[in-house]
Structures are given as C-alpha cells and as structure tokens.
Design a protein around this ligand. Structure first.
Ligand SMILES: [Zn+2]
Length: 147
C-alpha cells in the first residue's frame, strides 16, 4: 500500500494533467468535432430551404450517425477509464499507460472518420446550389478546427 502523501499527490496531479491533455488532444484530433458539426447542422436545417424529401433522407442519416457516434463515444469512455487504471497500476507513464493512450487515439480517429463520413453523406442529399453553401461552411469549420 502507498502511504506517502507526496507520492499520492503527485499521482493525482499526473492523472489530472493526463485527463486535461486527453481532452485537448481530443479536441484537436477530433478536428471537425461535435461543436462545428452542430454549426453545420444549423446551416443545413435552418438556412438551406430543404425539401420534405431531403428532410426525410437526412433524418435517416442523422439517426444512423447518432447510433454509430454513441457506440464510439462509449468506447472512448472505456478507453479513458483504461488510462486511469493503467496509471493506478504504473504510477506514471509506463507501457500500459502508453498502450491505453494509443488505444484512445485510435478511437478518436474512428470518431473523426465517422463524423467526416456523416458530413459528406449529408452533402449527397443537397442540390448543387445548396452544396456550394454547405462546402463554404465546411471549409470554414475545418480551417478553424485547431483554434
Ligand atoms: Zn447531420
């Protein structure tokens, strides 16, 4: 058992920093993450004058995306827990922690791909005129993703 309060404090600090770093890495890796996609949805649903048929098709895409996203986000939660467990075991940045962090990055990559797939799937439903405005917003969001 650990009885050294300084060591415990240090571990708590490392865990905190790792969690923080994880969040920041998550933001930059996710790039076009939840927030920007929300902005895209606002444009799509409020400003592009969609037809009923377009809305129907998009609704199916949204349901599919929500399901896949929830699955990957659950995996991300498990990955984060695995990092915490590995830190408890290794009390620092050891092989288990590194492997757990790599796993989390893999999952974040999946989430990013899934999100981009959704962005392009939604675009498929648009007319050329709508798609032009859509592309402008996508380009803007991608450029701002790292800020
Ligand atoms: Zn969508």
């Amino acid at each position: 058992m650990m009885r050294n309060p300084k060591l415990l404090a240090l571990i708590a600090l490392i865990t905190f920093i790792a969690a923080l770093a994880g969040t920041m890495v998550g933001r930059s890796l996710a790039g076009i993450g939840t927030e920007p996609v929300n902005e895209l949805h606002v444009l799509l649903y409020d400003e592009l004058d969609l037809t009923d048929a377009q809305r129907r098709n998009l609704k199916l895409l949204e349901a599919d995306f929500a399901k896949r996203k929830a699955f990957v986000e659950k995996q991300l939660g498990a990955d984060n827990a695995a990092i915490a467990n590995a830190m408890e075991m290794e009390h620092g940045y050891g092989a288990k922690v590194e492997a757990a962090v790599d796993r989390m990055h893999g999952t974040m990559g999946k989430l990013q791909k899934l999100t981009l797939e959704h962005v392009f799937a939604m675009r498929q439903e648009l007319t050329p005129v709508q798609a032009r405005r859509y592309d402008q917003v996508v380009a803007k969001l991608l450029r701002n993703a790292d800020k």
